[in-house]
Design a protein around this ligand. Structure first.
Ligand code: ATP
Ligand code: MG
Length: 260
């Protein structure tokens, strides 16, 4: 049976009069991989930041396991974010901290454990993302793919039930991208992590996800099971996944032509 883990109702967010998220409602289900797609600048990162309390919505509600978390206090958000982790776009490792310090950052904040326990946990977390014996290195000494893995180890340190991945493979070479994608899939299956990915990589999204959503003009214009996408009649989905210039999604080029 599908169990709802997270629900967003009528979420709205404007910046200086510009509507970025326009009345978006959606449920996410425990254990699924959901990918939110949409053109650059469409509001994908804003949507994720709203759900995690890193931005405040203008209106709308967010429910985590049926509890309304929309107006949680800062202290409550800290507790919620133990259960909902985030792999930030660009990784966001602390450059001046070692791998060990980066990965143990959340452990230090939330758990009272000895240094030996911490060492053991960090080594185990690194192993889970396919890394070993790199605790003393600094982010600058790692490849882009390794940095992503370290950021992922930090994200899963407190055993979150939901993980948001903001553009996890953007900027990586195709093979490293496949390695990270496989890892996201393995963590979803092995640890039953509900995975909400933001990506505009159509091929990867369709191969890894149970469902996809498409954001356009502030609205969620499509939510589809990936197994049904091939025969999907939604013109937004059809245009986006095939990269067509014509269709309901207005392109920059079309705008320029219209101006002339
Ligand atoms: N804190 C903010 N203040 C003002 N405007 C913002 C803020 N954060 C985002 N925006 C604007 O909201 C819009 C959506 O931004 P967002 O970062 O969510 O896009 P995105 O879909 O994640 O794009 P990309 O694929 O390039 O990462 C953009 O026009 C952006 O400039
Ligand atoms: Mg973004």
């Amino acid at each position: 049976m599908v169990e709802e883990i997270l629900r967003v109702e009528n979420l709205c967010k404007k910046f200086e009069g510009m509507t970025v998220i326009d009345n978006v409602s959606i449920s996410f289900y425990r254990g699924e991989i959901f990918t939110l797609m949409g053109q650059s600048g469409v509001g994908k990162s804003v949507f994720v930041r709203l759900i995690l309390g890193l931005l405040s919505p203008d209106s709308g509600e967010i429910y985590f396991k049926d509890k309304n978390i929309t107006n949680s206090s800062d202290r409550e958000w800290i507790e919620i974010r133990k259960k909902m982790g985030m792999l930030f776009q660009n990784g966001a490792l602390f450059d001046s901290l070692t791998v060990f310090e980066n990965v143990s950052f959340l452990l230090d904040e939330h758990l009272k454990i000895t240094i030996d326990e911490k060492k053991e946990r960090v080594a185990k977390l690194l192993l889970e993302v396919g890394l070993k014996d790199i605790e003393s290195l600094y982010p600058a000494e790692l490849s882009g793919g390794m940095q992503k893995r370290v950021a992922l180890a930090r994200t899963i340190a407190l055993n979150p039930e939901v993980v948001f991945y903001d553009e996890p493979i953007t900027g990586l070479d195709p093979i490293t991208a496949s390695v990270i994608t496989k890892l996201v899939n393995e963590l979803n299956k092995a640890k039953k992590i509900t995975s909400i990915i933001v990506s505009h990589d159509v091929k990867t999204s369709l191969s890894i996800s149970d469902r996809i959503g498409l954001l356009y003009n502030g609205k969620l214009v499509a939510i589809e099971d990936t197994k049904d996408v091939a025969k999907c009649k939604n013109p937004y989905v059809d245009q986006f996944i095939k990269g067509k210039l014509t269709g309901p999604i207005k392109t920059v080029m079309e705008g320029k032509w219209e101006e002339k």
